[in-house]
Ligand binder design. Structure first.
Ligand code: 13P
Length: 288
């Protein structure tokens, strides 16, 4: 099946009280692992590409070529959206041109008026071209220069303002942060999530920073209106751990264990297992 935008899969997720996972990709192994798992579990999936990962993979056109090629060659039948993660205004336009099926414009660091204007313009372009678009209100914390921000809570009125522009999905800060959560993290603010949902109605909400959020909080967030959950760091950690174990066991020095197809296999399998675990928790298995 060719790439699809994320609208239909998220509308269904919202109605069915489950969430679709966005798993960020970093290279061919990542992409293959996620697509094969989604197909095996008959789950819709969103492949996330940050601007940095896009650059690393030799640009957005390369990413589109790789993903489209895999959909065909692997015979993927489940709905797959290729989505820019935390895009700048310029990055969003580049991805639209390159053939992505979905974009995120993250204008959360702008004053709300500027976020509003830029999001509005991109909504019009995406509508015309048939892409889905995610906007963000209230920045999502994370590590910056060694300092871990605790994650801001979005203003529900600002969320309504941006939701009413006709975005497909809305990311709103509810105390979530990217990367591993610090010991003293107070948890998600369900009060904020509830208030945002009350103002935005049927708008699918997006939970960033999916790594390390306890399962019960994930379930509660889904019950309160979250329909898309982003996961990146957890896949990176399990990939690194599996690769380390392979090398520490000296397997790269046995026979042709140095062959990259062998060396990268344990990490690839580890990503598959992690994606499977997440899809089961999110409830998207069998929903394709
Ligand atoms: P984690 O790296 O914390 O899983 O967050 C991923 C994310 O939100 C990408 O936008």
């Amino acid at each position: 099946m060719p790439l699809v935008n994320a609208k239909e899969m998220l509308t269904k997720a919202k109605a069915g009280h489950y969430a679709v996972g966005q798993f960020n990709i970093n290279n061919l192994e990542w992409t293959k692992a996620i697509l094969l798992t989604a197909e095996e579990l008959k789950s819709p999936v969103i492949l996330g590409v940050s601007e940095g990962a896009g650059k690393y993979m030799c640009g957005y056109k390369t990413v589109v070529g790789m993903v489209e090629g895999m959909l065909e060659e692997l015979g993927i039948t489940v709905p797959v959206a290729l989505h820019l993660d935390h895009g700048s205004y310029e990055g969003a336009k580049k991805c639209i041109e390159a053939g992505f099926s979905s974009i995120m414009f993250d204008g959360s660091h702008y004053p709300i008026e500027e976020n509003f204007e830029k999001t509005k313009e991109l909504v019009a372009i995406c509508e015309e071209k048939g892409l889905s678009i995610e906007a963000e209100v209230g920045s999502i914390g994370g590590e910056e220069d060694g300092v871990i921000g605790m994650g801001e809570c979005a203003d529900p009125d600002e969320c309504k303002l941006i939701a009413d522009l006709g975005v497909t999905m809305l990311a709103a800060g509810i105390g979530n942060i990217h990367g591993v959560y610090p010991e003293n993290w107070p948890g998600l603010s369900f009060e904020t999530l509830d208030a945002i949902q009350a103002k935005t109605g049927i708008m699918p909400l997006v939970l960033h920073g999916g790594t390390g959020i306890p399962d019960d909080m994930i379930q509660k967030a889904i019950a309160l209106g979250v329909s898309k959950i982003n996961v990146n760091t957890e896949c990176q950690i399990v990939f690194a751990e599996a690769t380390r174990a392979y090398i520490e066991a000296g397997k790269d020095r046995q026979g042709k264990g140095f062959d990259p197809r062998k060396l990268l296999a344990p990490g690839t399998e580890a990503i598959k297992a992690k994606v499977k675990e997440k899809m089961e928790i999110f409830g998207s298995v069998g929903k394709a």
